[in-house]
Design a protein around this ligand. Sequence first.
Ligand SMILES: Nc1ncnc2c1ncn2[C@@H]1O[C@H](COP(=O)(O)OP(=O)(O)OP(=O)(O)O)[C@@H](O)[C@H]1O
Length: 491
Amino acid sequence: MLGLSHSYSTLPERFFAQVLPSRVADPRMIKYNRQLAAELGPDWAALDDTQAAAILAGNEVPEGAKPISMAYAGHQFGSFVPQLGDGRAILLGEVVDTKGVRLDVQLKGAGRTPYSRGGDGRAALGPVLREYLVSEAMHAMGIPTTRALAAVMTGDPVYREMPLPGAVLTRVARSHVRVGTFQFFAARGDTEGLKALADYVIDRLYPEIKGTKNPSLALLVAVATRQAQLVAQWLHIGFIHGVMNTDNSSISGETIDFGPCAFMEAYNPTTVFSSIDRGGRYAYQNQPGIAQWNMARLAETLLPLIDADIDKSVESANQAVIAFAETFNTSWLAGMRRKLGLRTTEDEDKALIDAFLNVQLVNRADFTLAFRRLSDAAEGPEFEGAFLALMNEDRASAKNWLASWRARLSRETMSGEARARAMHATNPIYIPRNHLIEEAIQSATQGADFSPFETLDTVLSHPFREDPDVPVRYTLPAEPNERVLQTFCGT
Ligand SMILES: Nc1ncnc2c1ncn2[C@@H]1O[C@H](COP(=O)(O)OP(=O)(O)OP(=O)(O)O)[C@@H](O)[C@H]1O
């Protein structure tokens, strides 16, 4: 008994369609995340790979499951699409984990659904491995995200200009409700549906606001707060989501959908990866503004619930959206202070941080390594060598900046060793670099060799602990011939 339950069944039926996963030819487990399985419960942990593959490829529907796909809409690259929905994702049900948290268990790539439009409902192996690696790496770095429970080969090909091996990802999330879910009902003038959805989400994700004076407004504030904190965390590790459409903006504040995402290497705030983001809408530095724009779209849907007087409703919703900027700035600054090893606050800290980012920009320094090697340098000036070696274009600017950083540190009482330890715990050494992911995907897709995937997954599970046994190439940016300039929408 996998303990599947269905809080969604309290929602009106127009929220979803009941649908069974389509059978696949030959389910084979690539990776069952046994640590996460144990968190879901002993019966999940007890499944062997063959049993887990049959269930998580969709061939066996476990007892207690009532699979559904959810309806949603969304602004995609700024244009509203009133009808999207889970075109290839099927929710098996929810599990209350060993800590008492209710989690969705969803199969992505499990076959056609009523929302598939022209699509085949399937996923290719490459994007499944990418989502597995990146979502688990995000989790290991302490960033709210959907998790990967399993990657299973289907034994069926999928056609993406050429035949590719098919796979299914099992995704675990606090909820799959998106800003686009609210938009779906708002676009239909379905206020009753919106109210049911808001009540459902409050009950499940934000129980602390139940019974407050204006729960719909409190919901908007709570979601905007989580999104602001999330995007700040993305910026701290150089993450570029790539496709921050409102259907990929989660009400729970988890990172969702790892299609064209990537990590910035040489620091440049205008970096874009997605092949379909031609205008750079979702560039690294635009992400806070876009998340706030997405919150404005959520606010619009909630207007009828916030106040019967529309002017008052707009006024309150506007304030909640404006407050996003302050929450983001506070979170960003606090995280950046931690990255620089600062415990206290001074007014000039923002300028010190900006100056460091500028040093990285002019030196085209790798963002991750710059912070990590700065963490080494926190022990004392004799540890600055590796840091300065990253600064090849204008080393003098880096030296000047180090001097101002050390002057700032001297106004705090903390040993160099303790500071280095604290900085190492916040500045990762191992991130899912795009060329390493591509290498794992190529070797799995072309040679059915999953060992690079396994190795990378293991390395990424300890992002802050530098292991002398891990080859140094796992810490380095791509060589020019390895560079992946664009990622493609995950299908
Ligand atoms: N192969 C496919 N078959 C059917 N529908 C698809 C397929 N690929 C994508 N879609 C649908 O197209 C829309 C946008 O796709 P997108 O790639 O952003 O989402 P996704 O990666 O499938 O899902 P999610 O956002 O749940 O991670 C979604 O409604 C998605 O369900």
